[in-house]
Design a protein around this ligand. Structure first.
Ligand code: G4P
Length: 290
């Protein structure tokens, strides 16, 4: 499969990031809790060096709760401030403000020593497409917030959302490009829906997904499609059983694998199979030890 992100978009996004990052103290990076590493931008560490960093594991409602805990520990160990959230319902957002203060402790202290009072922390929200940036800004900033106009020293046209006396958010999120380092990463990003589905081969994607679910989440997979087998099934057998369970047939009772594949991927993306994480901390640590 070919996973695309156009170089032109990437150059533009990179330029925007470089321009914006000079204005801010804190980078709030959203990653998808189901694929915390594959949804992380490869260049943000370089772009955001010397800035305070906060990682938000978004869509945590769709990911395995045990894995969420492990990933939080993983990022903490590597020096990040990290929280799990659900930008859609607002769950976990209340913990952000104190975390921001903690992450920016040094800057706040520096300001205080220089006699600068009430200078809010300025933050930017960044992440790859579809990770939930707009949803997050809307629910975190809420309706009560006031947009501040252009300020001296701020690039013309930039709008800051003043959340309170301590925090201002750049109103447009930074769109980051995903990693392209391996096909594995591309596949995972396709599974969570951050690629254009038109370029994807659904049956191939569904086969990969069902093999993973068979290995790690067999119980919820079987429960969803009322599969009562004991033995290990191949992706094709699983698709067959989904066709049966969901009556996916073409004319003449021929199984409609494309339909079953789309159904499986859609069920997964929307959390209907259960809370599933596609890359585990354990797998990652094994990789790092190799
Ligand atoms: P972006 O700005 O980073 O591109 O992402 P955006 O906010 O547009 O969110 C992309 C999709 O992810 C939206 O769904 C949004 O509702 C959903 N989303 C964002 N945060 C969460 C979360 O924490 N949990 C869950 N379950 N979903 C989240 P959509 O399909 O575009 O719209 P809709 O289904 O909400 O109508």
């Amino acid at each position: 499969m070919n996973y695309q992100w156009y170089p032109g978009h990437m150059t533009k996004a990179k330029r925007m990031m470089q321009e914006n990052i000079s204005l801010i103290d804190l980078v709030i990076e959203l990653v998808d809790a189901r694929v915390p590493l594959s949804s992380k931008n490869p260049d943000i560490d370089e772009l955001g060096k010397n800035k305070s960093r906060l990682i938000l594991l978004n869509k945590s409602d769709l990911a395995d709760p045990e894995e969420n805990k492990r990933w939080i520990a993983y990022f903490k160990e590597r020096g990040f401030h990290v929280l799990e959230i659900n930008a859609k319902t607002g769950q976990g957002l209340r913990a952000i403000q104190p975390k921001v203060q903690e992450a920016c402790k040094e800057k706040i202290e520096r300001d205080r020593k220089r006699g600068i009072k009430n200078r809010p922390v300025r933050a930017i929200v960044v992440g790859i497409p579809n990770v939930g940036k707009s949803t997050f800004i809307n629910s975190f900033a809420g309706k009560a917030c006031a947009k501040t106009g252009n300020k001296p020293g701020v690039t013309k046209g930039k709008q800051w959302i003043r959340l309170n006396r301590e925090l201002e958010l750049l109103d447009t999120p930074g769109i980051l490009w995903p990693k392209f380092e391996s096909e594995e990463v591309g596949k995972k990003l396709a599974m969570i829906g951050s690629m254009n589905d038109e370029i994807l081969q659904m049956t191939e994607l569904a086969s990969e997904l069902s093999a993973y679910l068979m290995a790690y989440y067999r119980k919820p997979l079987f429960a969803r499609y009322q599969i009562s087998k004991e033995e290990k099934l191949t992706p094709m057998q699983i698709l067959d059983l989904i066709c049966e369970n969901r009556k996916c047939y073409k004319k003449g009772q021929e199984p409609d694998y494309e339909k079953a594949a789309a159904l499986l991927v859609d069920d997964f993306r929307n959390g209907r199979i259960g809370r599933i994480t596609l890359e585990t901390c354990e797998q990652q640590q094994e990789e790092e030890q190799k």
